[in-house]
Design a binder for this molecule. Structure first.
Ligand code: GFB
Length: 391
């Protein structure tokens, strides 16, 4: 009961069920030579949900490589989802959420050795982690003078303030803290771990470690394992059964901070409607539009009016669904519905749209129905790169 409460209510991520003593042995050998070792990680605070999904793939790839070269069995600890900037429902507690709220963790476990943070605490108790590593960029000045794109890392002075309290847990402590200047792919982290020989290590700013091979076989193997939870699929299915019995086009309109962050990629609402209508007149058989968006209510109403006579649909979570699956769950329901649409148009440069495109590739939908994005108001625009699935 306690574990379930921690998994789903979760204002705390910690279970203290006692520590193994350093001296404890199994058949005369130190327990620690046979126990798995753990890598934890965290990502730059302002990053959104879908960039974080991408960082997971890089870290999972690192764990795969670690397990190929190490004598120990390494397990990746899934970082709890915690107060993301884009989760705007201020009346909800959205701290320290387990991956199982959003994902089918059993599916992830089939491809990569992972545990949730609460499972890690069951194993490790409150023992301090051996090392906390803050990854940081190399000094930009010297980089400009001597452009060097080689993979490299070195222990360095910390450039910025170091995070010592992860996910608001003041009982997650460390024996040693290091800053490491890092440039390269995530499998380069193997060298750091081999050098430091920790049993438990946490990397902060894991987003600095790049893909080993973006869009390659391993990428897709891990990506495919990241299925959304059955509960969220069920809600999306119910919505579709009730409202979308016909063919539909899904439009993902990324607005809010994108209006400032990527102004040239976001068309006005009127122009958005014009582009959707143009497409529908070409497609001919599709008469319904599903809209996934973080736009304000006023903008959504405006779009609905411009889209007439076409019918527009949008998922609105009832109180019970929102309380249970929170802003993150509602966003995933939007993604599921868009990934199953007959035609998809996304927002250029949005990782939210990229993840939908990947999902559609996994579902085997025709490429021309997937890799499309809206054009901004003022510039010639290009269509997204076609990252095809590789088996
Ligand atoms: O997912 P994300 O990294 O995508 O961040 P971008 C956007 C977040 O906004 C989502 C909400 O995770 C959702 O919480 N959101 C966006 C939506 N579109 C929708 C939608 O259609 N439906 C629902 N329900 N929610 C990047 C950020 O966002 O944009 C960066 O990761 C930065 O931190 C940059 O802010 C400008 O790649 O679109």
């Amino acid at each position: 009961v306690l574990l379930t409460a921690i998994q789903f209510i979760s204002s705390k991520c910690v279970v203290d069920n006692g520590l193994l003593d350093e001296e404890e042995t199994l058949t005369g050998h130190s327990v620690f030579n046979t126990l798995p070792r753990y890598v934890l990680y965290d990502v730059n605070k302002p990053e959104g949900f879908n960039l974080r999904r991408d960082v997971f793939i890089r870290m999972a790839s690192f764990i795969h490589h670690m397990n190929k070269v190490s004598d120990y069995h390494w397990i990746l600890v899934l970082p709890p989802w915690h107060r993301l900037y884009h989760w705007r429902s201020s009346n909800l507690v959205q701290d320290c959420l387990p991956w199982s709220l959003f994902f089918n963790v059993d599916s992830i476990k089939k491809s990569t050795p992972v545990v949730e943070l609460h499972e890690f605490f069951e194993m490790n108790g409150l023992r301090p982690l051996d090392v906390q590593v803050t990854l940081q960029d190399y000094n930009v000045k010297s980089f400009e003078q001597y452009p060097d794109f080689s993979d490299k890392w070195e222990v360095a002075n910390c450039k910025d303030q170091v995070q010592t309290e992860f996910w608001n847990l003041n009982n997650l402590t460390f024996t040693k803290l290091l800053c490491i200047s890092f440039q390269g792919i995530s499998t380069l982290l193997v060298d750091i771990v081999q050098e430091l020989q920790p049993r438990t290590i946490i990397f902060d700013h894991a987003e600095l470690a790049l893909h080993n091979y973006y869009g390659g076989q391993e990428y897709w193997m891990i990506r495919k394992s990241m299925q959304f939870s059955k509960n969220l699929h069920e809600i999306a299915k119910e919505f579709k059964n009730r409202n979308l019995k016909q063919d539909y086009l899904c439009a993902h309109l990324r607005r809010r901070d994108f209006l400032y962050g990527h102004p040239s990629d976001v068309p006005s609402i009127k122009n958005t409607a014009r582009q959707i209508k143009e497409k529908l007149s070409v497609l001919n058989s599709i008469k319904a539009v599903y809209v996934a968006t973080d736009a304000s209510k006023t903008e959504v109403e405006e779009l609905k009016n411009y889209l007439q006579p076409y019918q527009m649909f949008k998922f609105e979570a009832d109180k019970k669904t929102l309380n249970r699956f929170l802003d993150g769950g509602v966003a995933i329901i939007d993604q599921i519905i868009c990934s199953q649409a007959n035609y998809f148009i996304g927002t250029s440069k949005s990782t939210f749209s990229f993840r939908i495109q990947e999902e559609r590739e996994i579902l085997g939908l025709p490429m021309e129905t997937t890799f499309n994005s809206f054009c901004g108001d003022s510039i010639e625009c290009t269509q997204p790169t076609k990252w095809r699935l590789v088996e």
